[in-house]
Every structure is written in structure tokens, then in C-alpha cells.
Design a protein around this ligand. Structure first.
Ligand code: SR1
Ligand code: MG
Length: 408
């Protein structure tokens, strides 16, 4: 039975590390000087261990249920296999932008990977008002490299189909289909907002044009097997190392357990959504400069994505009918998809289960306005996604909404 396996604890971790030859060169299991459980996500246990010579390792174990809710919400632990396989595959195309995987244990659903303790979670840095450049661009590059490499253009027709079949991830896709695309519009007992935002949530659910767009985006999410996408690429899925406190020297996309063959715009949209959420927080805390900076990140991610994908395009496997004209059409479609998914991801983080600390840690008096702004921007961005507005125009509109709806 998949749910009958031993969970990692402080007491059994030394035995676990000693039991596998692969760890012998990576860490001295009998001289562990540091042990931390750092899992702050919604699903898993995450441990960081260091030995007396300073070498570290991370063990991430999937529980047979959703950690955020508990055993009442069972969830396949084989998501750990998906994460380890996707990280390894993505490393073939973007080695520097993902953590190194050392081992995957299919009996206990444990991934052993590179210790990134010298990095910080980007969301945490953003929440503290820190402004690191050199993150949004590399994340766009990560999406482009992995999207091209795992697409028909990178793999060819047969391999693409085999890979899409291998990466099938129905349990985790179902979470996204429900939480992102359905529940913000059709309450399922898991939504919540401040009483002062109830009208905003109701307006979202009653917005027929929005619901129609969400239907199109959900259908595409469920059917468009474009590439092996990350599947949950928010600012909490990016770890950054910043030595001089201005420019990141290392960026790593982590936590790809929601990965599957899906639409490329989904990952880009998730990033844009989370930049908007960070901007709403910044304004709520009175940091207008930080708000404008956060709103400029979408353009950085998109520009790097487009530049990198165009660079890779000439190396596509089959050029016969996949002409340069097709690339132009795809870029246009992916831009509209990005904006559509951005709105969907903004709305779910305000109304549905699994919210963001950016908004949730604000005092209710200012949270009200920030949440209202994100919902209004979500609706506008998704519904107007085909209008080919410049990134500067999108950022300006968002800034105006955020400032106009701000509460004190
Ligand atoms: C029940 S899991 C809730 C959310 O956590 C992850 O970060 C995904 O975004 C998922 O939707
Ligand atoms: Mg995650």
C-alpha cells in the first residue's frame, strides 16, 4: 500500500542516510551537526541536514495526504517521483536553474537533493521588501529552455508522446483543475475571504465573461500537452542566492511536483500572478517604489522567455511545416495564455484554498484593499488577454488599480 511507509523523523534519519551507498560521498551520516525540518509548503516533509565538515543534503518526503489539510485529504505520494524526474529532465536543458537530484527512493517517496541553504525563498525576500534583480529574467529563461527541450520541437513527435505519457500526473492536476479553475467561481467549502472582501469574491464568481475565459483556459490546461511544465511556478518555488544584496548570483526553480505535459503559458502566468500579488503587498505597506518594481518583473520574465525560445527555434527537430510563421503565431498565443493564466492564478490565491503569505500576513485593514486589487487585476488581465497591450501598459493599469483600491 502506497500509504504504508515509514516517515522520516529526527530519530530515523541517520539510519536512512547510512542505509544507502549514494549518500556515503555526500554527507557523514554519523556526524550530523544540524537537522532542520523546513517544509513550509502545502504538501511535504522537507529536512536539511549538515555534517561536521559543513556538507549538507536535503531530504524531501511526500506524505500520502495534503499536509495543509491532513489525512482527510489523501494524495498520491508518487508526486515525489514526478518531481525528481522532472527536475532531472529540466536539468538537461537548464542545469544551473534547478537543484541537483542525488537519489529518489520509490519505496518511501523520498527525494535526496542539493542543499540550497545558501539560497533564500524568493517570496520571503519579496515579503521583506527586498529587491533582487536577476531573478525574473532567469526564470523566463528556465521556462523557455525546458519548454523548448521537452516540446515536439526539441524531442520530435514520437519521443514527445512517450514523455507526455510518462509524465501523466492526474492527482496533482486535479488539485489545480479544482483550486485554480473551478472553486473560485463555484464554491466547494474551501474558499475564504475577509468579510469586507465578500462582495469582491461574489463579483468574481458572477463575472460571466471571466468564467467563460476560465473555461477556455481550464480546457487548454487539461488538453494542451505542449511541454513538460513546472506546474506550480510561483515565487515560493524560486530559491535565490544574492551575495551583494542587489543581483541574484543563482536562481533555482524548485518543487516541480505539479509537473506534467501542459500549456507553456501556465508557468509564465503563475510568475506574473505572483509578481502582481507582491506588488499589492508592497503598496499596502506603503512601498510604492517596490510596487512599481514588482510590476515590471512580468516584462523581464516574458522578454527572456521570448528571446531564449527564439534562440532555440532554429534547432527544432523538424522544420518542414514548423515554419518561422508558426513561431510568430505561437509566441502570440503564449503571450495571451500567459495573461489568461496570470489572472486565474491571481484570483485563486485570494479566494480559494492555499493563499499567499504576501497577502495573508498583511493586517486586515490593508489586506482588504490589496485583495480587492488583485481580484480586479485578475479579471481585467484574463478578460483582456488578447488585446496585445504592452507590458508597460499592463503594469500601469495594475498600479492604478492597486493604488485606487488601497485601504487604510
Ligand atoms: C492542496 S495543495 C494547494 C496548493 O499548493 C501548491 O502550492 C499548489 O499551488 C496547490 O494548488
Ligand atoms: Mg510547491
Amino acid at each position: 500500500m502506497a500509504d504504508q511507509y515509514e516517515f522520516l523523523t529526527k530519530d530515523n534519519i541517520t539510519d536512512y542516510l547510512s542505509s544507502k551507498q549514494v549518500f556515503a560521498e555526500l554527507i557523514d551520516a554519523n556526524n550530523l551537526v544540524e537537522f532542520k525540518e523546513v517544509g513550509d509548503g502545502n504538501l511535504n516533509l522537507v529536512f536539511i541536514m549538515k555534517d561536521s565538515s559543513g556538507r549538507g543534503i536535503v531530504l524531501k518526503q511526500a506524505l500520502p495526504y495534503v499536509r495543509l489539510v491532513g489525512p482527510d485529504w489523501p494524495m498520491t505520494p508518487s508526486r515525489a517521483r514526478i518531481e525528481s524526474e522532472t527536475t532531472i529532465i529540466h536539468s538537461r536543458f537548464a542545469k544551473d536553474l534547478v537543484p541537483e537530484i542525488y537519489d529518489y527512493d520509490p519505496d518511501r517517496f523520498i527525494i535526496a537533493m542539493e542543499d540550497l541553504s545558501d539560497h533564500v525563498v524568493w517570496r520571503g525576500a519579496l515579503n521583506s521588501g527586498l529587491r533582487f534583480d536577476g531573478v525574473a529574467g532567469p526564470l523566463g529563461k528556465y521556462v523557455a529552455k525546458t519548454a523548448f527541450g521537452t516540446s515536439i520541437f526539441g524531442l520530435g513527435q514520437e519521443q514527445h508522446k512517450l514523455e507526455a505519457a510518462r509524465a501523466i500526473n492526474p492527482g496533482l492536476c486535479l488539485i489545480t483543475e479544482d483550486l485554480v479553475f473551478t472553486e473560485p467561481y463555484f464554491e466547494n467549502g474551501r474558499n475564504s475571504v475577509l468579510p469586507s472582501n465578500e462582495k469582491d469574491a461574489q463579483e468574481l464568481a458572477n463575472d460571466k465573461e471571466m468564467v467563460n475565459e476560465i473555461g477556455l483556459l481550464k480546457y487548454k490546461f487539461m488538453t494542451a500537452a505542449e511541454s513538460l511544465i513546472h506546474g506550480d511556478l510561483h515565487t515560493g518555488s524560486a530559491m535565490i542566492k544574492c551575495e551583494d544584496k542587489k543581483e541574484a548570483v543563482s536562481v533555482k526553480a524548485i518543487d516541480s511536483e505539479f509537473s506534467f505535459y501542459g500549456p507553456i503559458g501556465f508557468d509564465l502566468g503563475a510568475l506574473v500572478a505572483n509578481y502582481t500579488i507582491a506588488a499589492a503587498r508592497a503598496c499596502a505597506l506603503g512601498n510604492i517604489e517596490q510596487m512599481h518594481w514588482a510590476l515590471s518583473l512580468g516584462e523581464q520574465t516574458w522578454v527572456e522567455f521570448e528571446k531564449e525560445f527564439r534562440k532555440l527555434w532554429p534547432s527544432r527537430v523538424d522544420k518542414r511545416v514548423f515554419t518561422d510563421q508558426l513561431l510568430e503565431e505561437l509566441i502570440k498565443t503564449w503571450r495571451a495564455d500567459t495573461l489568461g493564466y496570470a489572472g486565474a492564478k491571481m484570483a485563486r490565491r485570494i479566494v480559494g484554498l492555499a493563499k499567499t503569505s504576501d497577502i495573508e500576513t498583511l493586517e486586515p485593514n490593508v489586506r482588504e484593499g490589496a485583495a480587492r486589487a488583485v481580484l480586479q487585476i485578475a479579471r481585467k488581465t484574463t478578460k483582456e488577454r488578447n488585446q496585445a497591450k504592452s507590458w508597460a501598459a499592463l503594469a500601469k493599469e495594475a498600479a492604478e488599480i492597486i493604488q485606487k483600491t488601497a485601504t487604510k
